[in-house]
Ligand binder design. Structure first.
Ligand code: M6R
Length: 588
């Protein structure tokens, strides 16, 4: 959940690092810091707060040195304090480390190190790594061997960048179960948690594999496997561009990403037929079929499950990734797991697919980040093609996931998948026109303590998504549920003026959802209808265009995303960086 960026170059690197740090800030934003080596001295500047605040106070960009690394933290071990911010150094300031992950045996390691005279300045597991590497380095005098031996002592997950005060010519990186990517530039090499950190400097990347260690100099990279043997890996090119990581004229990334969706639905639908067919074949052949994901991606997975069950008559279980192993009674040889993940690095998802593979299942994934761990560990994958999603709230990745899942289900049903969808794109453009209405809604309801979202059938996961989005961005308590469930308990919470959003496209469940809306109104709720057809029962109504039933979640989610965004802004929250959260949840 933390962001790492490191660089070895010919010129000073602080500016490049600060730029990279800002781009990976979405991964964690409770504290940040930078370390460089200049004139034989290792300097660290760090502190609590957002990158811009720390830059203001500590002037990281003024640090000298042609080698450096930076980190943005999402606290796991140790409180949010200046001392706990990364980079961490060993006692003799010989070694500096930044880390993403959790060292599970840090307590035990720390005891041993303390008994050998090491003194600690923070409460973090990361500082322990610096001391372990230092011990190894004093023994071997070899940065690569020292890092390799040190990582063998670590239990848990890690992506680390390590600098050695007496070796300003090189930086070492290592990973296990957390992403770490090498960026190969001209006389400028990068180590980062995400390619976004160095886009604009190079598009040539090497995705490190688990337990590999890389040594970077300004001229190149040497990679070794866990046995210390050299690994040959050619750089691959990433398709993302610099313009993808700017906010353009939008106030926030989240708003930009919401507004990109007319394009998202087109680019997500451009897929190689053979890949779609491979997914479809695997689904048809599967003895048992599971769909797994977390958060918003899980909601997209629920939609796929619905269509597979109802239209294709294929039994699919959808289970949140963090719970998959508890539901694995029917997972084994012949099973197929479909994993959805924007980042492809969500720890719960990676753990779930690892378990599934152990049991003999095949894994097919739908991811946004090419080269991500999930994509690489899957038997087949399809990309969302929606460009980087920087806002912590998943918006365009959700619509892209629905588009891709639909292509797969259509192929299972025997239909040919269509490349591009003008009709859908126009419908999304139309749906986005509700922005003004949503702002009015926010004016009226932004101070309400609770919000409810209800729907039936295929629409139900969208109700869950509406609630998740509102909670995470506005911090208003929200619940999403099947409208049929209201009378089994939740109606007791409905009072005069309680806002309840009813998602109700015409078709299948329309009449039943109208009845639910009436029940809600009778108990005093302010019913907010989102539909292609107005009705008197709605106190407020947002019209979305009529689309094919498989696309209704896409047009309905737009007002819900805008609602969450505008509520966040109205309540003075930062919609791009909601409190306590991080974009890629790379810890369990
Ligand atoms: O990268 P992933 O799709 O695997 O992420 C899964 C969830 O962490 C993510 O969707 C999260 O729920 C979002 N912040 C919701 O907006």
């Amino acid at each position: 959940m933390c962001g790492i960026v490191g660089c070895v170059a010919e010129e000073p690197v602080a500016g490049v690092l600060l730029e990279g740090l800002r781009r990976v800030e979405y991964r964690g934003y409770d504290s940040a810091g930078m370390a460089t080596i200049e004139g034989g001295a290792l300097e660290v500047r760090k502190g609590v707060g957002r990158v811009s605040e720390i830059e203001e106070r500590r002037k990281m960009s003024a640090m000298a040195g042609t080698i450096g690394m930076a980190h943005t933290r999402w606290a796991t071990h140790g409180r949010v304090t200046d001392e706990n911010a990364h980079p961490h150094t060993s006692c003799g300031e010989l070694v500096a480390v930044v880390h993403n992950g959790i060292v599970e045996n840090y307590g035990q390691l720390k005891k041993g190190l303390a008994s050998r005279g090491h003194r600690f300045r923070s409460e973090t597991d990361t500082e322990v790594i610096a001391h372990v590497v230092e011990e190894e380095y004093r023994r071997s005098k070899d940065p690569l061997r020292a890092t390799l031996s040190a990582t063998k002592k670590l239990k848990g997950q890690y992506a680390i960048a390590v600098m050695f005060q007496d070796r300003p010519d090189l930086m070492v990186g290592a990973r296990k179960d957390a992403p770490l990517i090498v960026g190969v530039g001209e006389k400028k090499m990068f180590l980062a948690s995400d390619v976004l950190a160095f886009i604009g400097h190079t598009d040539r990347t090497i995705f490190l594999d688990n337990r590999e260690v890389a040594v970077l100099t300004k001229d190149g990279v040497k990679i070794v496997g866990p046995d210390g043997r050299s690994v040959k890996r050619r750089p691959t090119q990433v398709a993302w561009e610099l313009s993808d990581v700017s906010k353009s004229d939008f106030a926030h990334y989240t708003l930009k990403e919401i507004n990109e969706q007319p394009q998202t639905v087109v680019s997500a639908s451009i897929q190689e037929t053979e890949r779609v067919e491979a997914f479809a074949r695997a689904i048809r052949k599967a003895k048992t079929l599971y769909i797994t994901a977390s958060g918003t991606s899980y909601h997209a997975g629920l939609l796929m499950k619905f269509r597979l069950n109802k239209e294709a008559r294929i039994r699919a279980e959808a289970v949140v990734a963090g719970e998959l192993k508890e539901h694995a009674g029917f997972l084994g040889r012949g099973s197929v797991v479909i994993a959805f993940s924007q980042s492809g690095e969500t720890a719960d998802v990676l753990e779930a697919v690892k378990e599934a593979k152990k049991l003999g299942a095949k894994v097919y994934s739908i991811v946004n980040a090419a080269g991500s761990t999930l994509a690489r560990e899957s038997d087949g994958f399809m990309l969302l093609n929606c460009g980087p999603e920087v806002g912590v709230a998943a918006t365009k990745s959700f619509t892209a996931q629905v588009v891709v899942a639909n292509l797969v289900v259509d192929a299972v049903l025997g239909g040919r998948h269509s490349n591009g969808s003008k009709e859908l794109s126009e419908a999304v453009t139309e749906a986005l026109k509700c922005d003004g209405q949503v702002r009015d809604l926010v004016k009226e309801y932004m101070d309400r303590p609770d919000f409810y979202f209800v729907a039936r059938g295929y629409e139900s996961p969208v109700a869950l998504e509406g609630a998740l989005k509102l909670k995470e961005l506005s911090y208003i308590h929200a619940e999403g549920m099947a409208a049929s469930e209201l009378k089994h308990g939740t109606l007791a919470l409905i009072e005069k003026g309680t806002p309840v959003v009813v998602l109700n496209p015409t078709g299948g469940t329309h009449a039943d959802s109208l009845s639910s809306a009436e029940e809600l109104k009778a108990r005093g709720a302010d019913v907010i209808g989102i539909s292609d057809a107005a009705d008197d029962v709605y106190r407020r109504f947002i019209r979305v265009p009529k689309v094919q039933p498989k696309f209704t979640p896409i047009v309905e989610v737009i007002p819900l995303q805008l609602l969450a965004y505008h509520a966040a802004v109205a309540r003075k929250n930062d919609p791009d960086y909601p409190r306590n959260l991080a974009k890629s949840v790379t810890v369990k």
